[in-house]
Design a protein around this ligand. Structure first.
Ligand SMILES: Cc1cc2nc3c(=O)[nH]c(=O)nc-3n(C[C@H](O)[C@H](O)[C@H](O)COP(=O)(O)O)c2cc1C
Length: 184
C-alpha cells in the first residue's frame, strides 16, 4: 500500500485546491493507504538562495519548517502537488516549496526522492484549458529533471468561488477514484 502526501499550495483554506486534494486523499484512505496533508499557508518556507549547503551532506541552511517536511516527503511514495493557477503559474507558496527541492538535486540526497511519483491538482477561473499549460509544463519539466514520474493530473477550469468545485460531481468522483487507484 502506498503512502500519499498531499501538499496544498493555495493560501485559501477550504478553497478549490483544498477540496480536490482532500478528495484524492479520502479515496486513498478508503482503500487503506496512509495519507498525510501539508497546508503550505500555515508554514514558514523561505526561498532557496542556492547556497548548496545541502549538497555537502548537511541539513538545509534555512532553519524553517522545510526541515521537518523533508522527512515527510521521504516517508511517502506519492506526492500530490496542489496549486491554483496564479498568473499562469503556481502560487508563491508552491513555488517556494518546489524551489526547496534543490535539496534532492545532489548525489547525497538523490536516492531520497528516487522511486517516488507525483500527481498535480490545478483549479483555475478561466474556462480555457490552455490557461494551465505553462504551469503544467513547469511541473512536467521539474519532475522530469528530478526523475519523478507524473502519474496523475487533475486540471479543473472554470472555478473561482471558495470551494465551489465541490458541486462538480464528476470531478469530485474522478479525484476520489484517482485516490483509490493511487493507494495500491
Ligand atoms: C493572485 C491570483 C492570481 C490568479 N491568476 C489566475 C489566472 O492567471 N488565471 C485564472 O484562470 N485564474 C486565476 N486566479 C483565480 C484562481 O485560480 C481561482 O480562483 C482558483 O479557483 C483558486 O483556487 P483556491 O480556491 O484553491 O484558492 C487567480 C487568483 C488569484 C488570487
Amino acid at each position: 500500500m502506498n503512502k500519499i502526501l498531499g501538499v496544498m499550495g493555495s493560501p485559501r483554506i477550504n478553497g478549490n485546491t483544498h477540496v480536490l486534494v482532500s478528495k484524492i486523499l479520502e479515496g486513498a484512505k478508503e482503500k487503506g493507504a496512509a495519507t498525510d496533508i501539508i497546508l503550505l499557508k500555515d508554514l514558514n518556507i523561505q526561498e532557496c538562495d542556492g547556497c548548496h549547503t545541502c549538497w555537502k551532506g548537511n541539513e538545509c541552511s534555512k532553519s524553517d519548517d522545510m526541515n521537518n517536511i523533508y522527512p515527510r516527503i521521504i516517508d511517502n511514495e506519492i506526492i500530490l502537488f496542489g496549486t491554483p493557477v496564479y498568473w499562469y503559474g503556481p502560487t508563491a507558496l508552491m513555488k517556494a516549496f518546489i524551489d526547496r527541492f534543490v535539496y534532492f538535486n545532489c548525489p547525497e540526497n538523490r536516492a531520497k526522492i528516487k522511486g517516488k511519483s507525483a500527481v498535480i491538482v490545478v483549479p483555475f477561473e478561466e474556462d480555457n484549458l490552455e490557461t494551465a499549460d505553462l504551469l503544467v509544463k513547469m511541473f512536467e519539466k521539474s519532475f522530469e529533471y528530478l526523475e519523478i514520474p507524473l502519474i496523475g493530473k487533475i486540471i479543473v477550469p472554470g472555478v473561482t468561488k471558495k470551494g465551489e468545485v465541490i458541486k462538480q460531481e464528476e470531478i469530485i468522483e474522478q479525484c476520489y477514484n484517482l485516490g483509490k487507484k493511487l493507494a495500491i
